[in-house]
Design a protein around this ligand. Sequence first.
Ligand SMILES: [Zn+2]
Length: 182
Amino acid sequence: MASCFGHAVAAAALGSLVLRREDGWRPWAAGVLLANVADLDVLGFALDIPYAHAWGHRGATHSAAVALVLGWVALRLLRPPEGARARILIYGVLAAISHPLLDMATSGGLGIALAWPFTESRWFWPARPIRVSPIGVGPFFTARGLRVLASEAVWIGIPSLAVAGPAWLVRWRSRLGGAHVA
Ligand SMILES: [Zn+2]
């Protein structure tokens, strides 16, 4: 996994591209949750589900199919107005699928079962620059955890800023323009 912080930053960057001001804060919060929910599969370790099992860590919960379902569930729970439904659905799916796509760029662990249930094959990207995050809270607050955060700052933080910065600039300018007209 990338850390929960890395996944949250990616979800926020996607939100800056897709969401609008009138959507309010709830889709943003949902996006951060959706970008992290896949790692609930670590609970499987406590249930003796092997890592490489379809329901093991980085298995089914990290698939594109589950990302689609999560986006749909978020849409049902958020109940946005008619005109915002497609946007919220797209954002929810993007936030959810950003998790496995980022995990595929991490340096350790098993690959990601992105195409489950069609195949249980697990994949990585050809390049995997993001240091894999330790599982659990304790190991995270160590030198290793800091190295993970530094790696994510470079490989997730900077690209997210590159995406979100211009998007927020456009929002800011349009708001200024709106204020001027008003
Ligand atoms: Zn993960």
